[in-house]
Design a protein around this ligand. Sequence first.
Ligand code: ADP
Ligand code: MG
Length: 619
Amino acid sequence: MPKINLLPKNVAELIAAGEVVERPASVIKELVENSIDAKATQITVEIQRGGITYIRITDNGIGIEAEDVPTAFLRHATSKIKTQNDLDSIATLGFRGEALAAVSSVSKVEMLTCSENSNEGIHYSIEGGEEKFNQPVGCPRGTTIIIRDIFYNTPARMKFLKKDVSEGNACASVVERIALSHPEIAFKLIRDGKTVLTTSGNGDTKACVYAVLGRDFSNSLVDVNDDINGIKVSGLICKPFACKATRSGQYTFLNGRLVRSGTVIAAVEQAYKNSAMVGKFPAFVLYLEIPFDTVDVNVHPAKTEVRFSDEKRIFDAVYASVKNALTVGDTRPEIKLNKAPFNPFQRVIANEYRQQAITETVTKTPAPQFKQEPVKTEVVFKSKPEFEFMNNFAVADEKGEKIEPVVTPKTNIDIVVEEEKPQVMQPIVEEKDEIIIIGEAFSTYIVAQMGDSVFMIDKHAAHERILYNKLKAEEKTEVQALLTPVTVTLSSGEYDAVINNLSTLEKSGFEVEDFGNSTVIVRGLPVFLTNEDIGNLLSEIAESLITTGKVSVAKEDNVFHTVACRAAVKAGNNISRFEMLDLAKRVLLDKEIMYCPHGRPVAFEIKKRELEKQFGRIQ
Ligand code: ADP
Ligand code: MG
């Protein structure tokens, strides 16, 4: 039988340290969090060789009293909580009293600190958990801590460190994230002698995001600012067209602390659904403020995963805030023209260019507001179908008169109005705007003028989006029975997908029956689809069913995408000016129609002043 020994203090500490200190970046996280807890307004982090040989953190916080300094380096020594009850309402980043003990057990630490009330500071040194010296010294208020040669006494752990550059990048990323979480603190990061990050600390979120994440990210942002059921959600989100290929641009801060929450990510992504391109992820910096007792922060200090006592409440608040922001704040992408040299010799005779434009006066409808638990109400337009290609969805009446939307209660829709609103949503006449159809470029882009802007509208993308919204709003898509039913033989995967989703297909206007042996009979198609190669269409639908997730709503969505795409007018197809006007009207007056279901923008805007600049009319 092996004998049971009590581990010596230094060995026990090394083991414990392993949980807190994994690499230089985790040291920086702990120490910067200490500075924040000490109410610092300026924090400077300096690293050399990726933080492996040298880390220095300087703050102007409250400092530590001289006699407390040695205690601060003991395990479970903390000034942040005293009793068990304090655990339920933790407002500081640290509270376990582990960081200084852990860091000092695996490196060489020096600390200079001076508290508010003392005339002089203290210079303290500890290596591998052993105190080296402790002497008074003159220094400014605040704390400087220097960590040298991390893992010098644990070569096995040293081996796990990556190259200096990787460790340095990890350190930088920690500082960036913390800087984002505290726009009110001025951060500086110096890497191998070079200042690579500075934030002003003036509390302006936008400026902070700009400083940390750079110009590209900051140019396409929408403000979020909401307070729903006691949950404050603020920050910045990217416009749908600026979504990224990875989730690397997603930052969630909960009560000032960077966290990872699957619930928050899911809520944001749900709000972008059908606006962001498939396979792209929204970038966001969101600050959530919620009562301390509704969140369980007692998770491992090195992990950022957070749990909420009421996940649904958080989901709803985040979803509604983001959706609101997208509806109100997202404007069409605007084309900024390059400054071209002005050529005074190029003459244009105005009459030659005058277009036989069709104009029509229309009114703007208000942007819908998304609030929690709204009455689910569908907006239906009273209309008569006017053009063949737009059969089933045209809202223009023949005389081009004011459109009167009527609201009928329904479930499962995407335009909702607030509960306190009356049952009928009247368009608010804010201003009258004329839409003028200038023409069409490349049989693909409708060129329209409204107010002080010219718009280029992708007619296929626009039509596709309109059809898709209609399909989504309907309880069941109208079916058009085929004169002769068609049998289609599918691959076994496709066949399975079709057979397992017959009800989804039925709701989307497909009448399909199992014929056995990988074959199905198609008896009817959604009314929009005509002269389709049915075999091809069914494979495509099956493919979209296979690639979707497990939720039935998402499957339906994908079927709608395919149907809308197939049924929409194609680039190159001829359409009349009336049809152009009708499309332009829907696109320009309906804020919901910004992106096609695949996330491509439907229209681009060129402002008049942008043209004037280009032609040298204004500076
Ligand atoms: P914790 O942060 O969990 O309390 P630490 O080991 O990180 O534990 O720190 C121990 C104590 O040392 C803290 O509670 C705090 O009182 C003090 N301390 C650490 N760093 C600083 C600092 N930069 N400024 C002021 N006090 C500090
Ligand atoms: Mg701490």
